[in-house]
Structures are given as structure tokens and as C-alpha cells.
Write a protein that binds this ligand. Structure first.
Ligand code: ZN
Length: 421
């Protein structure tokens, strides 16, 4: 049934190869509408068909409005949904079929869900519909994708959509993460990597980086707050996607004196996965300290792509550097290095470190002018020993205690060396 399906064509000629046709699918009259305050639940997500036509089906408890559009670099199909919670079998989306390599799903923002399908090449959306389920009282949301030529992929670009994405979610003035400092205590921004639709690294037994780093971030927040010496902010406190840009803005708005980003890595290559483990501390540098660090930054910087954001022209700001910013950055870089040293000193007593635990690369989330910042890769989800530790609450306490000790060390030195007022 095509009722309730509306296609929107947009003017073209904008940046090439961005978006093809976007389709808006509303709950059809026959389908059960979602009641105003009860969000829908997704219970199944299934691919069918082959490489000439692949269909995607999402079983929902109630009808919702879905918006489907495509992005290039890499080619993806994005489905934006309102507040849908996903109760799907473990491993859903990991295996592709037909034109789809894999797909993922989750919260994209507060009360906004998203499904991102990675496709083998440029595709077009066809036959999108939301219909009443044959059995039970649910709703079935389906659409087909077929291949299209790269030239026609850009027809009806999604400029409007992308502009909306860029401009949406301004920092609300009462966002607890962004509120400016008031207490006079040093402000520390704890940044749990990934979240929502972006799971980050995944272990063999399906342990997700986004959950591990949120648990450690909460423990670290608790321990730092317990000292009474710091004003703690978090870039996320739940399983929600936060773009890299928003993490930077939150940190700048809070006037953070220190930014700690928490991550966990995973290696695909079997021999490396069995041997490489331990924590690594990264600081910012335009030139990576080594090839592995460069690849690491590339992987972490792809977070926005994973969540279906356009890569855009994020590098533009970097070209407009003033000398002042450069000097500030240099000072900030020195403090980042000091904190990295303090972290190694404290962590190595209790936590296994990687062979080369202090590295640097061009991590987008570390591009902060005013806040000294580090990114801690807590360990490797691909190594069996690390995987066990990373999932252990007592290890979370231990690593949080070591980071807290390093924070104390760092700020006591900074206070001691700053001139008396
Ligand atoms: Zn990560």
C-alpha cells in the first residue's frame, strides 16, 4: 500500500553525490497510529531479496512517521524515526543481504531513532510503505532499494535535510553538560565515546564499546565528584548518540579545564587480536605518532559517518587559524601532555598498558583550543583477557580510581606552579 507515502524532490546542483530522493512514510490510515505519549517498539528488522532488489522490513508496535534518505561517501540509506525503542534479537543487522552490507539501529538523539544501512553502491528507494500487520495489532514498515547509477544518485540532493541536521540541536542553555562554570572548582568533562546508533567496537561475544565506556564514565564521575574538588560534566549519561561536533561544543561551552574521552579498541586481524592488549593514552597531533595511531584516529573520527551524518567540511575551521589560536593550542597541548604523563604514572600501577602507551594522532574530538584533552583507549575488546576486564565492574572501579589519582596529581601541580594572585 502506497497510501501515506510522500516523496520529496529537492533542488540539485549542490555538493555532488550527497543524497538521492528522500521519502516520507507516514502511518497509513489502516495502520494503528501511535498514541501521543507511547513510543513504538521495533521487534524485528529483516532484509530480503537479492542484489537487484533488496527489501528492508521493520516490525513496529504502532505506526510512526519515517523519513528515508540516502547519503554517499560511503553509500548509506538512513531511516529517521521518532521515539522507537529497539527490542531486536542479538546480532541483528550484522549480516548483510543483497545490496545491503550491514545495518545498525539505535537512538540518534533524545526521542529520535535511526536505522543506517550500509549499501554496496549507489541505490534508490522504492515502494516505501507503512501498513497494518497481517497478524496481531502491529504495523509493518517496508521499503525496497534498487541500484542506481552514480550520476543519477545525486538527483534531488538532500541539501535541505543536511542543513537541518547541521543546524538542529543547538545547545540548550540549561544543558547540564554545557552550563558555564560557577563553583570556582576545575571543570572536568568526561566524554563516553559513541552511544545510541553508534556502538563503537564490538567484541566476539557482542560486548559493545558504547556500554563499557559509559559504565566507566559514570564510575569516574562518581569518584571525581566524591573528592569534592571538581565540577563534573558528562557529554552523555545514557545510550544516546552525540556527534563529535557536539562533544566539542559542550566542552567549549562548559569552559572545561580538562577533557577525558573514554574508548575501547578492537582489532580485526586474528593474530594481532590474540596478542595486543592494554590501555593507551592519545593526545592530539596533526601528524600521527605511528601508523596504528593514525588508523585509530580514522576509526574514531568515523563516528559521525556511522550514525549517518554527512562528513561535511569539518576541516574548514582548521584552515582559518589565527596566531592566537595557535599559541593557545600550543599551551593546551603542553597541559594535555602533562596530564597524559600523570595518567601513565597512575594507570601503570593497576592497569595493563599497551606496549607504547602514549601516542598521538588527529582525533577530531581532541581538537579543543582551550581544554587540555586526552583520549583513553581502555583496552582491546578483541583480546580475551581485556574483554573480561572491560566488562568487570570491579575493574571499572580500579581504572576510575587510577584516573582520579592522575587528575588529582595534574591539578595539584597546576595549582602549585600558577603564580599567586
Ligand atoms: Zn571508540
Amino acid at each position: 500500500m502506497q497510501r501515506g507515502v510522500r516523496a520529496r524532490g529537492w533542488c540539485h546542483g549542490l555538493r555532488g553525490a550527497l543524497v538521492s530522493l528522500a521519502v516520507l512514510v507516514c502511518a497509513a490510515a489502516a495502520a494503528r497510529p501511535a498514541s501521543a505519549d507511547v513510543s513504538a517498539t521495533a521487534t524485528a528488522a529483516v532484509l530480503a531479496g537479492d542484489s537487484s532488489r533488496t527489501s528492508f522490513r521493520l516490525d513496529l508496535s504502532a505506526g510512526v512517521t519515517a523519513e528515508i534518505f540516502t547519503l554517499a561517501n560511503p553509500y548509506r540509506v538512513i531511516v529517521d524515526l521518532p521515539d522507537v525503542s529497539f527490542h531486536l534479537p542479538n546480532g541483528t543487522g550484522l549480516e548483510g543481504r543483497g545490496l545491503v552490507k550491514a545495518f545498525r539501529y539505535g537512538l540518534f538523539a533524545e526521542r529520535k531513532a535511526r536505522v543506517v544501512l550500509d549499501t554496496l553502491g549507489p541505490v534508490r528507494i522504492e515502494r516505501a510503505a507503512m501498513t497494518a500487520a497481517q497478524k496481531g495489532d502491529g504495523v509493518v514498515f517496508t521499503f525496497d532499494i534498487v541500484t542506481t547509477a552514480p550520476e543519477s544518485f545525486g538527483l534531488g540532493t538532500g541539501a535541505e535535510k543536511l542543513e537541518k541536521q547541521r543546524s538542529e540541536a543547538p545547545l540548550p542553555p540549561d544543558d547540564p553538560g554545557a552550563k558555564p562554570k560557577r563553583t570556582g572548582k576545575p571543570v572536568i568533562m568526561i566524554d563516553a565515546g559513541h552511544g545510541g546508533i553508534d556502538a563503537g567496537a564490538v567484541s566476539a561475544s557482542n560486548i559493545l564499546e558504547k556500554n563499557i565506556v559509559l559504565a566507566v564514565a559514570k564510575e569516574l564521575s562518581r569518584q571525581l565528584a566524591a573528592t569534592g574538588r571538581y565540577d563534573i560534566r558528562m557529554s552523555r549519561t545514557s545510550d544516546v548518540f552525540v556527534s563529535l561536533d557536539r562533544r566539542l561544543k559542550l566542552t567549549a561551552a562548559s569552559g572545561a579545564d580538562l577533557f577525558i574521552s573514554l574508548h575501547a579498541d578492537s582489532l580485526a586481524e586474528p593474530a594481532a587480536a590474540q596478542t595486543i592488549r592494554g590501555a593507551t593514552i592519545y593526545t592530539l597531533s596533526e601528524r600521527a605518532s605511528d601508523e596504528q595511531a593514525r588508523r585509530m584516529a580514522e576509526k574514531e573520527n568515523a563516528s559521525d559517518l556511522v550514525a549517518g551524518l554527512d562528513a561535511g567540511d569539518g576541516g574548514k575551521d582548521d584552515e582559518v587559524k589565527s596566531i592566537l589560536v595557535d599559541l593557545l593550542r600550543r599551551e593546551t597541548a603542553n597541559f594535555s601532555a602533562d596530564f597524559s604523563n600523570a595518567l601513565v604514572r597512575k594507570l601503570k600501577k593497576k592497569v595493563a598498558l599497551s606496549r607504547d602507551p602514549q601516542r598521538s594522532a588527529a582525533f577530531k574530538v581532541l581538537k579543543q583550543t582551550n581544554s587540555p584533552s586526552v583520549l583513553v583507549e581502555l583496552g582491546y575488546l578483541s583480546h580475551p583477557d581485556d574483554e573480561k576486564l572491560l566488562s568487570s565492574p570491579s575493574w571499572h572501579k580500579q581504572v576510575a580510581a587510577s584516573i582520579t589519582a592522575a587528575v588529582d596529581d595534574y591539578f595539584s601541580k597546576r595549582t602549585a606552579s600558577s603564580p599567586a594572585p
